[in-house]
Design a protein around this ligand. Structure first.
Ligand SMILES: [Zn+2]
Length: 497
């Protein structure tokens, strides 16, 4: 009976976040704790959050369900260190989590026939810029060259050459916004089972020096979706094990930053190489389309003033889903300084302001500084506002303040992404506002796009700014698009057998 070891090592690093990630930020599960709530397709439990436990659970759940659907497979959960997006991982935290994972793999390696790892792909510590590559190399060292090692990945990350050298296969999320966590875990497990049944994986991969953002990455409507649908047709072939695209994650400042096409076949080297090169060349050709169209705050307010329906301002630069702290007040300042009189719904994370509102109580008027509490990029702005609603969601204290025409939704730090699904419980209906600010780049269409007049992405400062040259990379290998917009490049295929 094949024994499959399962492990998780998962975080999305934003190196431009003002605070580091420490061990206590991770959720740690040991052994069978991993299976207590592995998640299912029916219970995604996290609308679009790349890091929430439901999403993570979903990917492990998909792998576990696929493996255990075969009654001849024995699964061995080992260790899980997981969290959503956050700042650079301290070296001590990286060494401790990696060591705990590798120790757990070591303890169970006797008789192991395969390893499945749930990885993100966008981790970075202070000095190890390829944590997943380190872990894959060490897992390979522990289990030896003949035990297949297969991983699943978020698409917002980097698969390095070291990672490709030490794994036998992988599956990458196909959808953005992400709705296929469970299916991706299932596909990774499927690749592992095919290898155990005798498939001989050939991985062909094409790297492109590109950092991409913007609407064209939405799978349903954008350029990215055309590549994914092409790959999905390839995956229907019997001799293709998996295909996917790692888009890269611009806020991770790592040397191999970029995008990467991966095509894995069963022994068909020519097919893998040809298709990976075709898609990689096409991806490179489309690079300028896969950049974000940005509007300044004042320009956005002018657009809103002329609109008939709700205009959504995406503050992608301060997106909590991408590891930004959620404390930017740039757009709030813009509205306070303008003569715009439409109704505005604005979310922000600010712990002291929530405390002040709680002390004052509903119906009272308070004057508080707002913004910048966890990100020194932003200077606080003083706001006089009425306390309209107080409460908690997911244990996070929340205060709804009203300042002139602006409803300010203030949340304390915590697991909340600060977005759509938290509003109704506090008496707020986004559809009734003329402007809704969201601290996420893209959201499922039913949240806003299905009914709003339009969504515009605001060019504001922040740790996750889609204005990529504004981030200030120091470690990415140059030249890279769009930092070096005029660069030339010829994609080449790499094959790993
Ligand atoms: Zn992602």
């Amino acid at each position: 009976m094949p024994r499959i070891l399962i492990g998780t090592f998962f975080q999305e690093t934003n190196d431009f976040h003002p605070n580091d990630t420490v061990y206590e930020d991770f959720g740690i599960l040991r052994g069978r704790e991993m299976l207590a709530k592995p998640g299912s397709r029916e219970e995604p439990n996290g609308p679009g959050d790349p890091g929430d436990q439901g999403g993570l659970g979903g990917v492990v759940g998909g792998a576990v369900d696929t493996l255990t659907a075969r009654d001849d497979v024995d699964i061995v959960p080992t260790y899980s260190a997981a969290m959503g997006a956050g700042g650079t991982i301290t070296q001590a935290c990286f060494e401790r989590t990696a060591t705990e994972l590798l120790d757990a793999i070591e303890r169970h390696r006797a008789g192991a026939d395969g390893v499945y790892l749930n990885l993100h792909g966008a981790m970075a510590s202070e000095t190890e810029k390829d944590p997943e590559g380190y872990v894959l190399r060490e897992v390979r060292r522990i289990v030896g060259p003949h035990v297949p090692v297969v991983a699943s990945f978020d698409m917002h990350g980097t698969i390095t050459r070291r990672m490709l050298s030490h794994m036998d296969g992988c599956a990458i999320l196909h959808t953005y916004p992400h709705i296929d966590w469970y299916e991706t875990g299932a596909r990774a497990a499927g690749v592992l089972l095919r290898i155990l049944d005798g498939a001989r994986p050939v991985i062909a991969s094409v790297y492109t020096p590109t950092m991409v953002r913007g609407d064209e990455l939405k799978t349903a409507t954008g350029v990215h979706g055309t590549f994914i649908r092409y790959l999905e047709r390839l995956e229907e072939r019997d001799d293709v094990l998996a295909g996917g695209i790692m888009l890269g994650h611009p806020p991770t400042d790592c040397p191999e930053q970029g995008s990467r096409v991966v095509v894995i076949t069963d022994g068909n080297r020519d097919l893998a190489a040809r298709e990976a090169l075709y898609i990689g060349q096409s991806f490179w050709n489309m690079r300028s389309h896969m950049q974000c169209v940005l509007h300044g705050v004042e320009e956005g307010i002018r657009i809103a003033a002329k609109a008939k329906g709700t205009v959504v301002f995406a503050d992608a630069a301060d997106a909590t889903s991408s590891g930004a702290p959620g404390t930017s007040n740039t757009i709030l300042k813009g509205f306070l300084e303008s003569d715009y009189r439409g109704s505005v719904l604005f979310p922000i994370r600010d712990d002291p302001a929530v405390v002040r509102a709680m002390e004052a109580g509903v119906g009272q008027t308070i004057t508080v500084p707002l913004g910048g509490t966890r990100d020194p990029r932003f200077t606080p702005v003083e706001v006089t506002a009425a306390v309209e609603v107080l409460g908690r969601r997911d244990d996070v204290p929340i205060a709804v303040l009203k300042c002139r025409n602006i409803t300010i939704f203030v949340a304390a730090s915590g697991p909340l992404l600060c977005d759509r699904w938290m509003y109704p419980a506090f008496g707020q209906d986004p559809k009734r506002f003329d402007v809704v600010v969201k601290k996420l780049p893209h959201t499922p269409d039913e949240w806003y796009d299905d009914w709003a007049e339009r969504t515009i992405t605001i060019d504001s400062p922040g740790a996750a700014s889609p204005n990529i040259p504004s981030l200030g990379h120091r470690h990415v290998t140059r030249p890279i698009y769009p930092l070096d917009p005029d660069m030339t490049f010829t994609p080449e295929v790499e094959v790993y057998e």
